[in-house]
Design a protein around this ligand. Structure first.
Ligand SMILES: *[C@@H]1O[C@H](CO)[C@@H](O)[C@H](O)[C@H]1NC(C)=O
Ligand SMILES: *[C@@H]1O[C@H](CO)[C@@H](O)[C@H](O)[C@H]1NC(C)=O
Length: 511
């Protein structure tokens, strides 16, 4: 029994599998210094641009290592899956990705292109209503024209976008023959923005993906990246219109919230220090929108619902990519993304784009953005079980760990498990799936991780599997989010959902 439990812990503590010698060393160190904890982080790009990340990780007890193979955490600023790298250091880190062991985590997931590339997001616009309808030219010219005629009578405005750029150029004549000739251009339905203080704005919402299958995703509720256009909005968009009246064109090209008069009073009721610079604040934004008559409960649920829909569509493709190229690395990858939304003048939210590497690394940003970046890194690391409270303490603190991860809480006490479910065929019955004897070792590891994430979520809130209010909201909107949890296609996702539903019945904190 002891051996079995130990095996479980080795697997569960994705970071913990150091060699015994090292453990003994660490334990010796800990009795000397009172510090138990020494995971190592490797920065493939040497870390010199990672000030925010580096400082938070060091404060959380990480030690830097120059050898990717030794690291518990590989923190890459850019795509480490790309084959050709300039430096030997990056090349080595890339090679290590094929040889990851249980105790090594990587802050990027392979196959992210399915989410962050505009033309991929555009494909989802036919099934997800919060993505403005988008067609790619010239391939989809006919489909676009057909869509326009099928929606005849609805007032629609269209803009063209270059795949590489966020600019906007209105299309005055939708039937113009030269449109058929355009190469590499996206045409998108124009969304008129809900203005604050006469300005268009967007809001970046941070999302952590801690695992691909079962898909576990969390939204950051601590704050948002709030940006106002650098120039006041002009309703008449002509080819000469400066695009910075309509969209925030870059990380630097925006007006800080405190400089927008309509926002000012709402900062007084938030903990954002307006002297700090751009002052990211979800609370101030909610206050302002609420005062303008927007139902902010609905707004925030809409945002989460769109995140769920997009992830359900993209993540299975990412997971297929992962299992093909990195078959052994089932539990090693996690990441954080930023979903940028705008609010339309009719009160609906629209997803503009998804970013990876969401501006965490820049040391030159103002203090409020810097604090936000640091808080994000801290909470992400804790959520993933890497912080001082994390699962890796399994080995370093043999007294406390069994208390924290008491295995009994993985069971929910299904009535049939006692007598009506025997191992084997009975395990296929829905009422038996949560029984201890019916769970695979991998599924126990998964639930252990889900439980640990719940305990260490800090400002992250689970959106996948959807929490109860979100599930209700999606149901009300007629979104079929439940199909994802089909137990034949995705047994692990189905199990996690079933388990979370039971936990929620027993304790509303899990809802
Ligand atoms: C705001 O939206 C939520 C969620 O859709 C809804 O339950 C609530 O009734 C709405 N509040 C008002 C005042 O309409
Ligand atoms: C076990 O199965 C029997 C026969 O199907 C049923 O009558 C009984 O209620 C079940 N026991 C529990 C605890 O559900």
């Amino acid at each position: 029994m002891k051996v079995k439990l130990l095996v479980l812990f080795i697997l569960a503590a994705t970071v913990a599998g150091e060699q015994q010698q090292q453990q003994q060393q660490q334990q010796q160190c800990s009795s000397d210094s009172g510090v138990f904890f020494g995971p190592k982080v490797h920065f493939p790009d040497d870390g010199s641009h990672n000030d925010n990340v580096r400082e938070v990780l060091m404060a959380m007890g990480f030690a830097p290592t120059d050898t990717a193979a030794d690291a518990n955490l590989i923190w890459a600023r850019w795509d480490p899956f790309e084959k050709n790298h300039a430096s030997e250091r990056m090349q080595k880190a890339h090679e290590q990705l094929k040889r990851l062991t249980n105790h090594q985590l990587v802050n990027q997931v392979p196959g992210l292109g399915f989410l962050v590339v505009k033309s991929e997001l555009a494909k989802m616009s036919s099934s997800i209503s919060a993505i403005p309808r988008t067609f790619q030219l010239p391939e989809e010219h006919a489909a676009w024209q057909q869509f326009i005629s099928s929606e005849a009578g609805k007032e629609m405005e269209w803009v063209r976008k270059n795949a590489a750029h966020r600019g906007v150029q209105i299309i005055p004549d939708l039937a113009a023959p030269q449109l058929q000739e355009l190469q590499g251009v996206l045409v998108q339905q124009l969304v008129r923005p809900h203005l604050i203080g006469g300005r268009s704005w967007d809001v970046g919402v941070y999302v952590a993906i801690t695992q691909l299958e079962p898909l576990m995703a969390y939204v950051f509720t601590g704050s948002v990246l709030l940006r106002f256009c650098s120039k006041p909005y002009q309703r008449d968009i002509t080819p000469d219109t400066d695009i910075s009246t309509y969209v925030v064109t870059g990380l630097d090209d925006f007006t800080p919230g405190p400089q927008v008069d309509a926002m000012q009073p709402h900062y007084d009721d938030a903990y954002a220090d307006t002297a700090m610079g751009s002052s990211m604040s979800l609370a101030a934004l909610r206050g302002q929108l609420g005062s303008a008559g927007i139902n902010t409960t609905k707004w925030w649920l809409d945002v989460q619902g769109t995140i769920v829909q997009v992830l359900q569509e993209a993540v299975p493709k990412m997971e297929a990519h992962r299992s093909y190229y990195y078959p052994a690395a089932r539990a090693n990858f996690f990441t954080m993304l930023r979903f940028d939304f705008m609010l339309g003048e009719q009160g609906n939210s629209y997803l503009l784009e998804v970013n990876h590497s969401p501006g965490l690394h820049r040391p030159d940003i103002d203090l409020s953005q810097q604090l936000l970046s640091r808080k994000l890194v801290h909470d992400l690391i804790s959520l993933k079980g890497l912080g001082p409270e994390g699962l890796h303490n399994q080995f370093t603190n043999p007294t406390l760990t069994p208390l924290k991860y008491h295995m009994d809480s993985l069971c929910v006490g299904e009535p049939d498990c006692g007598s009506n479910c025997s191992e084997g065929k009975d395990c296929l019955k829905p009422q038996c799936k949560l029984c201890k004897k019916c769970k695979s070792l991998w599924q126990v590891v998964v639930l252990t991780n889900v439980q640990a994430e719940h305990q260490h979520a800090h400002a992250f809130m689970r959106v996948h599997p959807p929490h109860k209010a979100l599930a209700q909201h999606l149901d009300d909107a007629g979104v079929d989010w439940q199909a994802y949890f089909d137990s034949e296609q995705r047994p692990d996702s189905a199990l996690v959902k079933m388990w979370l539903d039971k936990k929620c019945e027993q304790d509303f904190c899990w809802c």
